[in-house]
Design a protein around this ligand. Structure first.
Ligand SMILES: Nc1ncnc2c1ncn2[C@@H]1O[C@H](COP(=O)(O)OP(=O)(O)OP(=O)(O)O)[C@@H](O)[C@H]1O
Length: 348
């Protein structure tokens, strides 16, 4: 069943168009991530869904209810949509329980608050005030408050942006588990690709006010529609290849294709697919590398006669030779043909 359906959505701010005919479907119970560069319209999209910003045209429907179209505008408070802003925005003068129970009917309120404190992993902290909690705990209270009225859809606008990397990863995993336990449909806005890849059932990449591609994290990472989507999800080497049905001949070797292709085209090689190999067909100079704990990120300049990009990125398990050394490179795994290539370097 379709939880949220958006069709032909256009929205503007002060006369300039931000959303330009956007279509998006999020299945009931799914966790979706909206990903895109700063200013592409992610928050505007959430605000339209929440009912805080009126679109110029298009339709927004939640299950079988139309929330907005040319004739309909359901006000925010009647949408049954929860909204969790970046900073959590807790009421400082209310206790944790007061924050979570705010606006709930008196009957059953205390039980519901207890249930939510349990769900977000803060049992027994109902009497504290927000200033007596850590940043991560405050975000969990904000999540409990957003879930309290059992919304049909929960919108999270960069809810982890203010937290440090470790806390962020932990809380992201907890929130995903909490949302699944609550059976909630949720949309998370982020410009953090790791967040999108680890959190989402479905990722929608926004570009020029529309969805450039939507799909599972695996689809978008390994089978992006074009070079720009590929780069939105992580570092990418885009190389020229001769496509021959189910395989591609590249300067780095012949590789199986994830989708059939023919003629001269461009294919995707993620940095983990490049390896330093004495038998490799490409000579390259190490430009620089750095150790990242789990691997080394290596920038390489291949010999110009291979027709490869000026710079390739490889992630290797073993340390590469020092900058300036010459190595040989090979590629492994399957490669994906890039359709309708518009190889723009992402902004921001
Ligand atoms: N209230 C407003 N008035 C005028 N212009 C606005 C307003 N809010 C947003 N904009 C503009 O609309 C565009 C989209 O903004 P939006 O906040 O939706 O982008 P975003 O993708 O969420 O960005 P970020 O990742 O930086 O939060 C931007 O160009 C922004 O300057």
């Amino acid at each position: 069943m379709s939880g949220l359906t958006i069709t032909g959505l256009r929205a503007d701010h002060g006369g300039s168009q931000v959303l330009a005919g956007l279509d998006l479907t999020v299945a009931d119970g799914a966790l979706a991530c909206v990903l895109g560069p700063s200013g592409c319209g992610k928050s505007t999209l959430l605000r339209v869904i929440a009912g805080f910003h009126r679109p110029s045209t298009g339709r927004v429907a939640l299950r079988d209810r139309t929330l907005a179209d040319d004739r309909t505008w359901v006000p925010a408070e009647r949408r049954r949509i929860g909204y969790m802003p970046q900073d959590g925005a807790l009421f400082p003068h209310l206790s944790v329980a007061g924050n979570i129970g705010f606006g709930l009917p008196r009957a059953g309120r205390r039980e519901r608050v207890e249930e939510l404190l349990e769900l977000v992993g803060l049992p027994g902290l109902g009497k504290r005030h927000p200033h007596q909690l850590s940043g991560g705990q405050q975000q969990r209270v904000a999540l409990a408050r957003a879930l309290a009225p059992a919304p049909e859809l929960l919108l999270l606008d960069e809810p982890f942006a203010a937290l440090d990397a470790v806390l962020r990863a932990d809380l992201r995993a907890e929130v995903a588990a909490t949302l699944r336990a609550a059976g909630a449909t949720a949309i998370l806005v982020t410009h953090d690709q790791d967040e999108a890849l680890s959190f989402a059932d479905v990722i929608a990449v926004v570009r020029d006010g529309r969805i450039a591609q939507a799909g599972t994290p695996d689809e978008l990472y390994h089978r992006p529609a074009d070079a720009e989507v590929a780069r939105t999800l992580g570092e990418a080497n885009i190389v020229t290849a001769e496509l021959d049905g189910d395989s591609a001949a590249t300067a780095l070797g012949r590789l199986p294709l994830t989708a059939a292709g023919a003629g001269t085209g461009q294919v995707l090689l993620r940095p983990r697919q490049l390896c330093l190999d004495e038998q490799g067909s490409v000579r390259a100079r190490v430009l620089r590398s750095h150790f990242r704990g789990h691997d080394h990120r290596v920038e390489l300049a291949p010999d110009p006669d291979h027709g490869l990009p000026e710079r390739l990125i490889a992630y290797t398990d073993t340390a590469p030779p020092e900058a300036g050394s010459t190595v040989r490179l090979a590629a492994t795994g399957a490669t994906h043909p890039m359709g309708g290539v518009q190889d723009r370097v992402p902004v921001g």
